[in-house]
Design a protein around this ligand. Structure first.
Ligand SMILES: [Zn+2]
Length: 258
């Protein structure tokens, strides 16, 4: 592990104390949680994906409806990276914390299934998942791997095995509503927790970015671990501006063995 500044060390210790004392801690994770696994944050400038196409335009429901091939061509390298990615140290540490009873649930903005691959049981996927595709005509769901692998290799767009219509990944595009069930659950979790850890999210994408406010309004503690500052850092009990893959394992070690 790289050596961390004293302020980060103090933040780790304090966050571990909060986690130990909490009766119901939850974690909200964003793109920064998966960048150490090699998945670019497609909403960020300089990710490589942004420079070629404006994600707000190409990753939108409107583009998908009008020019699905344009959407799919943009999506192709990202799908490939997600399929090849493996959980990083932060995913594994969080799964350990959950197993030991220190984390009640994980709310995530990520679509990459890495929390589940690391062994986490209770994940609320706020921006959907790449695990499944849904038919745009008959709305049947299928597992994505058998359809997206030929797409990655040969560029063949995935079509419904039942009716032949185009399949859409079950990920939330710009201009699309969040999945209702996940959103309601995330709000319930945020209001019921006594500690929320925000990890790897810049809290820029609404409405998810508003969830920590719901926790704060009910008196919960807030810890923010992110590379850059967020709009709520001044209201957090602790904020650590470092990589989650350095900090989450360090906090976990403190909680479990410190
Ligand atoms: Zn169909």
């Amino acid at each position: 592990m790289k050596s961390l500044p004293d302020s980060a060390q103090a933040g780790i210790k304090f966050s571990a104390e909060l986690l130990r004392k909490a009766k119901r801690a939850i974690v909200l994770t964003g793109a920064g949680f998966s960048t150490p696994s090699g998945i670019p944050d497609f909403r960020s400038e300089g990710s490589g994906l942004w420079s070629r196409d404006e994600p707000l335009e190409v990753a939108s429901l409107l583009t998908f409806r009008i020019h699905p091939e344009k959407f799919y061509m943009w999506f192709r390298p990202l799908v490939n990276q997600i399929f090849e990615a493996i959980p990083n140290a932060a995913h594994r540490a969080l799964a350990e914390l959950e197993k030991a009873g220190y984390v009640h649930s994980i709310l995530t903005q990520n679509i990459d299934m890495l929390h589940q691959k690391a062994g986490t049981m209770h994940v609320v996927e706020l921006h959907g998942t790449l695990k499944t595709l849904s038919c745009t005509q008959c709305f049947r769901k299928v597992e994505s791997v058998p359809y997206l692998e030929p797409f990655i290799k040969q560029g063949v767009l995935p079509h419904c095995p039942h009716c032949g219509a185009l399949l859409k990944p079950d990920v939330i595009l710009f201009g699309e509503q969040l999945p209702q069930k996940a959103w309601l659950e995330a709000q319930r979790e945020s209001r019921a927790c006594d500690l929320m850890l925000v990890a790897g999210s810049s809290l820029e994408v609404m409405p998810v970015a508003g969830l920590p406010m719901q926790a704060l309004d009910r008196g919960a503690h807030l810890v923010i671990i992110n590379n850059s500052t967020t709009y709520l850092n001044t209201r957090a009990d602790a904020s650590i501006q470092e990589n989650v893959s350095d900090i989450i394992p360090a906090i976990t070690e403190q909680v479990l063995y410190g």
